[in-house]
Ligand binder design. Structure first.
Ligand code: ACM
Length: 766
């Protein structure tokens, strides 16, 4: 933990010397080759950025570097045109530059200045981003003594992507630009923009105005007595799209649009019911999951989609156009006489083959316009045109199968690269799916499956993280999900395997977190946040607790207090578990070696009531299903908390190892949550528990969900958004699991459990 960043650079690159007093080399992603030798160069407000006057792209890149540096370091550098000069940051395109490809660059820091050379615009841009990171090595302002680094760099993969779902929740164009800026700072180069889904159509199509007049708006679900909700939605005008695409292009990011088909089509069918199979107009969906609405397969619908693609291609210069293809449950096609007749006419035997035909209609159309089709891995089912590129999301199998068949592939597997996966199991996380995918799991993800031989591996274009936003109603949620895992993604996608080093990456994180803070990016501190752990039952029995402090990344210096004061670098450093008497409030903070915070301080009150309380994230699923999702009380929440960990298949939670000596009651903080999940064929797996009253009750069983009933708390008939259930719990001795089952009808709300508190006899009166 005490290894310095200088030592890191030395260890990685076999460097022989480094300059004392200079800033550390805190680059993310780590360059392919880096060495440190010679003397430092000091950048001050007098240091110009010099570009060739005839090179408009270099000038734009120089201005970007100047604006980033002004914003993040309060160092206002002037851009000058002219011949390279000493004492400057020189950005120069040179056909002879010693670089591997168009994204490569060379950067040298000497006492005479910083010199970035590249053959092409993209390489020069990436060199400028590296220069900016050298100018923001650590929190601070003003002059920087830059290490004498010598960098030869280019990316490992050509596709370094991020998918943003603007259909489930809408981000404003400015918010999308915030994400694009961060992608640029991470040398990511593909923004895959998910623009149409069951819950919203977000791109203006001039020929079909109802797609956004109707399809961009949905009515959020309600539960119980809430007032009728306002429609939720929004869309991007074609001018908005052009501006975003141009903004991304200036940052060397290609925007690949996705129009999902033949499934995830409910918003389009809500706009134009004749595109669907049933002939009826569904609402724009407010349900998460797999909805049943598919496009039909007649000529009119194929023509509609071609016309949509015409406008999409006019807006997006990207070679690739994404046509989705995922999760198209074929029930409607199976049940439709018209679809079946069309299949017979085309001599197509299965619905999967029909989907292939459908996708091929798009592939041919795109090819005729010099574009290429990319789709989720379901496009492999039933056969796919050889020119199609496959994005593997259902694990890595799709990528392996596709690459073996000779298709290009992009690795975007769930759950590994899905940013809607929570980042830890901490109680204070916001929304997301479990299992959690940690910063380290992102970092160590290897995009080339070992099942591929060298020739097949050449089909791996790269990797991509996805931000599906069902449970990210605000940009704050998006940022929390994306950062700092984007750093790990960027390094996995850019840096050669032999240079990747998790511990070195951690050493570079404090600077990166500081860059986020200065730019007001709401990153998650889950990897570094201190956990304050005790053996609850031992503490309840003895009145003393042995406290263990740790964090997920096992990185940083954890300082703590037990007197209620805020912890800081001068508070005791945690080295081993320590004992406290109850009641005590423990506060802990994780700091980098230079004292900057890695995570906000955390507090844990250790007293009998809190030791007898389990928060939503500390309750487990009942046996039978491991589906776990953390949601908020309304689908369009405006803040990050509170959250409720639910299992949509079984409204049941387990309080493990409850110490029941002296306990006579139970209190359950409960939330009424909409049951807005489209489960397709899995709907039959939803468990229904027998109720004693029409509105049902919360029944508590001892030891297992089949065990003896020890409490039954009636649920309110017309429940408010949140309420407290409290009642007697039959007295027991010893330690037992408690199974909490909600018996209300599965057509009603899902009950979220915020916390369960066990009450001693003197507190148990209802
Ligand atoms: C997907 O997650 N349905 C691609």
């Amino acid at each position: 933990m005490k290894k310095t960043r200088y030592a890191l650079a030395l260890a990685l690159c076999g460097i022989t010397a480094f300059a004392h007093g200079a800033a550390p080399v805190n680059l993310i992603p780590m360059p392919a080759q880096l060495s440190v030798s010679g003397d430092t160069f000091t950048v001050s407000a007098q240091t110009p950025i010099v570009v060739d006057g005839s090179d408009a792209d270099a000038r734009r890149t120089a201005e970007y570097l100047a604006s980033l540096t002004a914003h993040t370091r309060h160092l206002q550098l002037q851009v000058k045109t002219g011949a390279p000069e000493n004492g400057a940051i020189v950005l120069k395109r040179d056909p002879q530059a010693p670089v591997a490809n168009e994204e490569g660059y060379a950067l040298d820091v000497t006492p005479q200045g910083i010199r970035v050379v590249a053959r092409d615009e993209a390489g020069l841009f990436y060199g400028a981003i590296t220069a900016w990171q050298l100018l923001t090595p650590a929190p601070g302002e003003g002059d920087v003594h830059v290490q004498p680094v010598h960098i030869r760099d280019q990316p490992r993969f050509a596709w370094r992507g991020l998918m943003l779902d603007s259909a489930r929740h809408f981000q404003t164009p400015d918010e999308v630009r915030t994400l694009i800026d961060q992608m640029a700072q991470h040398k990511l180069n593909v923004l895959h923009w998910h623009l149409a889904d069951d819950q919203g159509w977000r791109i203006e199509i001039k020929r079909y105005p109802d797609l956004t007049r109707i399809g961009a708006w949905r009515t959020p679900p309600t539960t119980g007595k809430q007032p009728a909700p306002k429609p939720y939605g929004g869309f991007y005008t074609q001018d908005d799209i052009r501006a975003v695409v141009a903004y991304a292009a200036e940052r060397h990011i290609t925007v690949v649009p996705e129009i999902d088909m033949p499934g995830h089509a409910q918003a389009a069918i809500a706009s134009y019911p004749e595109l669907g199979v049933t002939g009826t107009r569904p609402p724009v969906s407010a349900d998460w999951g797999v909805n049943p609405y598919l496009y039909n397969v007649d000529d009119h619908t194929i023509e509609f989609l071609h016309n949509v693609l015409d406008e999409v291609m006019a807006l997006f210069p990207s070679t690739y156009i994404h046509v989705g293809g995922d999760e198209a449950v074929k029930d409607q096609w199976k049940a439709s006489a018209a679809v079946q007749a069309r299949m017979r006419a085309l001599n197509i035997k299965t619905e999967d083959a029909m989907q292939s035909w459908f996708i091929e209609q798009m592939g041919k159309y795109l090819a005729a316009h010099n574009r290429r089709l990319i789709g989720w891995d379901e496009i492999l089912e039933g056969g796919v045109p050889p020119s199609a590129t496959v994005m593997s999301w259902r694990g890595t199998k799709g990528a392996i199968d596709a690459a073996k068949l000779g298709h290009d592939v992009v690795l975007a597997p769930a759950p590994q690269l899905y940013m809607d996966s929570m980042q830890s199991d901490r109680a204070d996380e916001t929304t997301g799916r479990l299992p959690s995918m940690s910063l380290q799991s992102y970092y160590t993800f290897e995009a080339v499956p070992k099942e591929l031989n060298a020739a097949q591996a050449k089909h791996v274009l790269g990797m991509q993280a996805t931000i599906f936003t069902e449970h990210m109603p605000t940009m704050r949620h998006v940022e929390y999900a994306a950062f700092p895992r984007m750093d790990a993604l960027a390094e996995a996608a850019w840096t050669p395997v032999k240079v990747r080093d998790w511990h070195g990456f951690l050493e570079r994180m404090p600077s990166q977190l500081a860059r986020y803070r200065v730019q007001d990016i709401a990153y998650a501190d889950s990897a570094f946040a201190p956990s304050i752990d005790v053996d609850r039952n031992a503490a309840i029995a003895s009145g003393r607790a042995s406290v263990t402090l740790s964090n997920q990344a096992r990185f940083g210096n954890v300082h703590y207090t037990i007197d209620g004061s805020e912890p800081s670098a001068s508070s005791p450093l945690y080295v081993r578990p320590f004992n406290v008497n109850l009641p005590t409030t423990v506060k802990a903070v994780a700091l980098a070696d230079d004292g900057t915070p890695l995570a906000a301080a955390r507090t844990r009150v250790l007293d009998l009531p809190s030791l007898r309380t389990r928060g939503t994230g500390e309750l487990e699923n009942c046996a039978g299903s491991d589906f776990r999702l953390r949601v908020q009380p309304t689908p369009d929440a405006t803040s990050m908390a509170p959250t409720y960990l639910i299992n949509v298949f079984d409204n049941c939670r387990v309080y493990k190892a409850a110490k029941l000596d002296g306990i006579a009651g139970i209190r359950v903080d409960t939330a009424t949550l909409p049951r807005n999940y489209a489960l397709a064929h899995d709907a039959k797996l939803v468990v229904s528990h027998k109720a004693s009253t029409p509105q049902g009750e919360l029944v508590v069983h001892l030891d297992s969900c089949k065990g003896r009933e020890v409490a039954s708390l009636p649920l309110p008939a017309d429940a408010p958004a949140t309420f407290t259930l409290q009642g007697a719990l039959a007295k027991q001795a010893g330690t037992h699991d408690l199974c909490l089952v909600f018996t209300s009808p599965i057509t009603g709300p899902i009950w979220g459990v915020g916390a369960v508190t066990l009450l001693p006899a003197d507190k148990a009166a209802p």
